[in-house]
Design a protein around this ligand. Structure first.
Ligand code: GLC
Length: 556
């Protein structure tokens, strides 16, 4: 390792370093799914060097920070969420030097960098699991039930389908809430706590600005690992507290991590954050993860799962804002990620709705996460041949749409259009990005792409959309630019304004945002001057015609 690796590059300067108002409270953070973002070496798999080379694109898009999905040493049984060495970069994605250079290059551009940490489970190739003695202490082994221990210790199901237990050659069973290659760690063991704190310090020393905490609701299991007594457990995730998810005990871990993050940041005059991927049954329970002494952000999956209906959207927004305000935290909005059907497809296969939903999200107070490719309006790829699929849920017969949460909104699909992806599996949102050109791999890299890209993506590339004011890419650029220019649009107040049925109107400092969730035009007195709209809006004699499925920002 070079000297450089131990001397992190300075984080971008911004108001809110130290303990004051935080940069993260209104940040727009772009999720880079590394293996599908940009490939530098032609093996068809995106890598860290490829991501570094494309950072200027993200700067130009106007985001504040980048979240990189796991690039650590891993057998890739679950797209890298099965980590064998938390301090090493998998050769598929590059080297530690590449990670260091990426972080430095991002900071030079004024972009912060968040990396994933995966604390609920490791890979079964992790040295701890490979050593039978260590494994017994640091993972969750139990004797089986039945006369000769031939039955799993309880009735828990893996999120990816099938039992959550696998029997070893030694005859005992180990718990894996996800794939068998992802054994769950035993968080009753203090060595597990110490190791994850050391891993965090390792990446903080390399300069990262925060962690996205994978399965932040999963580390603690109910004492005695009680049966659930319900066959369809996937349906219950995010709907109720389960003996393996959203147990109160997880909060002590988050409090300890917050102390670590604050201590580390304070000593260096910067703010480093934690964002929870937590599936909680209510906005109130989710808010527990962002109490002042816990993590900074928690993805708002209730918003992600809301149907495209004005009343439903309004109540989810109200509930989220009230819950997070009660603990003094901002809300963290998200519409797409690498686990769910892309929102263009999820919202009834309607790019118009997707564009409107994004403008709505970016007008709400708080922070927002974007998933790579949504700025191009990419749809879910729904016709991948089985031979190319890699989602472990596909092979285990589960339904991984929202692998860790409720499924898709099928009710709001217009005219019966399919709202889901391909059987609910996750490869369809992970197809490599199209950058330029008319043919696959559309500039993704000098080789092919690990999942085939559709033949008709030529018009969706970054190059094709750049400079076209009607394109989705330019809509995102314009929205992010306005968000930066309008003071108070990020973390400021919000109130509802009167609006006809099916329409939402909300006011923010200097801005009024209308959303027409109906499939047809709605006329109303023009609330101001149109600043930005997801579809052409007309104003005649002080009457505005809001196109169906559209969102408009008005200067007031
Ligand atoms: C998280 C990740 C998902 C992964 C799972 C298990 O939900 O986002 O991709 O499969 O955790 O680590």
């Amino acid at each position: 390792m070079t000297q450089e690796l131990t001397s992190p590059s300075p984080a971008p300067q911004a108001p809110g370093t130290g303990r004051g108002p935080g940069w993260w409270r209104d940040a727009v953070i772009y999720q880079v799914y590394v293996r599908s973002f940009a490939d530098s070496d032609g093996d068809g798999i995106g890598d860290l060097r490829g991501a570094r080379e494309r950072l200027p694109y993200l700067k130009d898009l106007g985001v504040d920070a980048v979240w990189l999905t796991p690039f650590y040493a891993s057998p890739q049984a679950d797209g890298g969420y099965d980590v064998a060495d938390y301090r090493a970069v998998d050769p598929l994605f590059g080297t530690l030097q590449d990670a260091d250079e990426l972080i430095r290059a991002a900071h030079d551009l004024g972009l912060r960098v968040i990396v994933d940490i995966v604390p609920n489970h490791t890979s079964d190739r992790h040295p701890w699991f490979q050593d039978p003695e260590l494994a017994r202490q640091r993972y969750l082994f139990r004797p089986g039930k039945g006369e000769s221990g031939e039955l799993p210790p309880n009735d828990w199901e893996s999120v990816f389908g099938g039992p959550a237990w696998t029997r070893t050659d030694r005859g005992d069973w180990y718990l894996h809430l996800f794939a068998p290659e992802q054994p769950d760690l035993n968080w009753d063991n203090p060595e597990v706590h110490a190791e994850f704190e050391a891993i965090m310090r390792f990446w903080l020393d390399l300069g990262v600005d925060g962690f996205r905490v994978d399965v932040a609701h999963g580390m603690i299991k109910a004492p005695g690992l009680p049966d659930i007594g319900h066959g369809a457990q996937a349906q219950l995730i995010g709907a109720q507290v389960l003996p393996f998810f959203d147990q109160d005990g997880v909060h002590a871990i988050h409090r300890a991590w917050r102390r670590l993050l604050d201590g580390y940041g304070d000593a260096r005059g910067k703010q480093v954050i934690g964002v929870a991927e937590a599936w909680a049954p209510s906005a109130e329970r989710l808010a527990l993860y962002v109490r002042p002494d816990e993590l900074h952000q928690a993805f708002n999956f209730q918003f992600l799962n809301a149907p495209w209906q004005s009343d439903a959207l309004r109540s989810v927004i109200d509930a989220s804002l009230a819950a997070t305000a009660s603990v003094g935290a901002p809300t963290t909005w998200v519409l797409s990620n690498h686990d769910v059907v892309r929102h263009t497809t999820r919202l009834g296969g309607s790019l118009a709705r997707a564009r409107a939903a994004t403008l709505l999200m970016l007008a709400l107070p708080g922070s927002a996460y974007l998933y790579q490719g949504e700025e191009l309006g990419l749809p879910e790829v729904t016709d991948l041949p089985d031979e190319v699929r890699q989602d472990p849920a596909f092979f285990r017969g589960g339904r991984a749409t929202g692998a860790v949460g409720p499924g898709t909104d099928t009710e709001s699909a217009p005219d019966g259009a399919a709202a889901g992806g391909q059987d609910g599996f996750r490869d369809g949102c992970r197809v490599p990005l199209p950058w330029s050109g008319e043919l696959p791999p559309y500039g993704f890299g000098p080789g092919g792409s690990w999942l085939p890209q559709p033949a008709d993506w030529g018009g969706l590339t970054v190059a094709a959309q750049t400079g076209d004011p009607a394109s989705t890419l330019e809509l995102y650029r314009a929205a992010l630019e306005l968000r930066r220019r309008l003071p108070g649009l990020g973390d400021g107040p919000m109130s509802w304004a009167p609006a006809p049925d099916g329409v939402l109107a909300l006011t923010r400092p200097g801005l009024l945002c209308t959303v027409n969730t109906l499939g047809h035009d709605v006329g109303l007195p023009a609330p101001g001057t149109p600043l930005l709209s997801s579809a052409p809006v007309t104003v005649d004699d002080a009457t505005a015609q809001l196109p169906g499925d559209s969102c408009t920002w008005w200067a007031i």
